[in-house]
Design a protein around this ligand. Structure first.
Ligand code: SAM
Length: 348
């Protein structure tokens, strides 16, 4: 007892040890445009054809295609002695650049930014802070100055923020019936993906996206079209500048960037600006109260350590922050997907 049987096989540990091989295989396939080439071809292609199209060695491409087949991202079938490859349904929908549900940009950000930060996870744990200085040589004194260290990085971050709401957005905006709240302010609303989910779920509402000036400029230019008439912008710093008056404030993936004191500071400003009878909706990946899961939120909390000043929290922890700022009647709803919803009220 206590010692594993001789034939024990540490399947999980081996999988964990090599998990990054899978991530990198997916990153590289996307970066090379493998799934885009197969989508564009409209017929199964051979390794040779694919290697020409992506501009890579035939041997390397062949091995990558085999690995993607093993990961069930590609279908392989033999035709006349030749192996031909095509995208699986999931690869077409989520891994091609042009798909409306594409995760391509998130994968790029994971590959180019998050993966590099995670190289310093051990340092992050030891020091209890983010690793921007080591990973990118930029000061992390101002979090969003570090995240937006160039215009290119900012756009990449915005694309990352954008993509998940095509998949999880509807669930978080409809977790509570928000139809009574017509004037919505999405604080740190970024590229407007969640604002679009609100206007489609609630036909009578208007949404103001509040964000930093250069984010607003980019969002206007590249993400939100003039046709989205019920979406407008307000630029400013939510820690310093006056907040627009609204019935509903959305803070999606905002509080997880900040320590408790700053969260209470921000929520207190929201409470002051909020109309009596109004509400605040927090959208976050909630941890179980006993910390036992979900694994995604536990890993995201590590990611917040490596990349931000914040953490993931339990519903009770968010409720405590909301209560400290004056909000009452605090409720939460789990969606069964990555992000959940917490609602707090300002009394009439
Ligand atoms: N809410 C979006 C979402 O969930 O997709 C974006 C979340 S992102 C993690 C944080 C957002 O807060 C960014 O768009 C960032 O520009 C914005 N932000 C950060 N600091 C800010 C500040 N001081 N004033 C206004 N917006 C800020």
């Amino acid at each position: 007892e206590g010692t594993p049987a001789a034939d024990a096989y540490p399947r999980k540990i081996l999988e964990y040890m090599e998990g990054f091989l899978i991530s990198k295989t997916v990153f590289t396939s996307c970066e090379l445009g493998l799934f885009d080439v197969l989508l564009g071809a409209e017929r199964p292609l051979s390794a040779e054809e694919i290697s020409h199209a992506v501009g890579a060695s035939q041997d390397g491409t062949q091995r990558l295609l085999a690995a993607c087949t093993g990961l069930q991202l590609l279908n392989a079938h033999t035709d006349d002695g030749q192996v031909l490859y095509s995208n699986t349904e999931q690869a077409s929908v989520y891994l091609t650049r042009s798909s409306p549900l594409s995760l391509y940009q998130s994968i790029q950000y994971s590959s180019r930014t998050i993966y590099l930060c995670w190289h310093y996870l051990t340092d992050a744990i030891r020091e209890g802070r983010n690793q921007y200085e080591k990973a990118f040589g930029v000061s992390s004194k101002d979090l969003f100055q570090a995240l937006y260290r160039s215009d290119e990085e900012m756009v990449k971050f915005m694309q990352l923020m954008n993509s998940i709401w095509n998949i999880c957005g509807k669930d978080v905006v409809t977790a509570f019936d928000l139809s009574p709240f017509k004037v919505i302010c999405d604080l740190g609303g970024c590229s407007g993906a969640l604002a679009k989910q609100c206007t489609s779920a609630y036909p009578e509402c208007t949404v103001t996206i509040f964000d930093l000036p250069k984010v607003v400029r980019t969002s206007r230019e590249h993400f939100v079209t003039e046709a989205d008439q019920r979406i407008s912008f307000h630029q400013g710093d939510f820690f310093k500048d006056p907040l627009p008056e609204a019935d509903l404030y959305i803070l999606a993936r905002i509080l997880h960037d900040w320590p408790d004191e700053r969260c209470i500071e921000l929520l207190s400003r929201v409470y002051k600006a909020c109309r009596p009878g109004g509400v605040v909706l927090l959208v976050e990946a909630l941890l179980h109260e006993d910390g036992s899961g979900p694994l995604t939120a536990q890993l995201y909390s590590l990611n917040m350590l490596v990349q931000t000043e914040g953490r993931e929290r339990t519903a009770a922890q968010y409720a405590a922050l909301l209560a400290a700022a004056g909000f009452t009647n605090i409720q939460h709803r789990l969606t069964g997907k990555i992000y959940d919803a917490v609602l707090g009220h300002k009394e009439t």
